[in-house]
Design a protein around this ligand. Structure first.
Ligand SMILES: [Zn+2]
Length: 97
């Protein structure tokens, strides 16, 4: 079973977490973006193979949003940091960029 090391709670099963989306994509600016930009952001997704930056929320633990680097080919979690500590692009989780 995939296990995720939450920086605040320790190693936990992935079932305690909620996937929050691709953390490598920038949200269009509010009120200034075209419908096409919003369409692309909401409905078009890449399917990368290898390391991928994702938002996960420790929903059944500390409830923090985390920035997780997971290898999509092996399902190995390589890095986990609290999203608010991630600097630009991390923010408070999905939609905060
Ligand atoms: Zn936690």
């Amino acid at each position: 079973m995939l296990r995720v090391h939450c920086p605040l709670c320790g190693e936990r099963p992935y079932t305690e977490f909620r996937y929050g989306g691709d953390a490598s994509r920038a949200r269009p600016a509010l009120g200034t973006s075209s419908l096409e930009a919003w369409h692309d952001y909401l409905f078009l997704f890449d399917n990368p193979k290898g390391p991928h930056r994702e938002f996960w929320q420790h929903e059944q633990g500390c409830r923090q949003w985390l920035l997780v680097v997971r290898d999509t080919a092996t399902n190995v979690v390589r890095e986990v940091i609290v999203a608010r500590n991630a600097g630009p692009g991390g923010g408070q989780g999905p939609g905060s960029r």
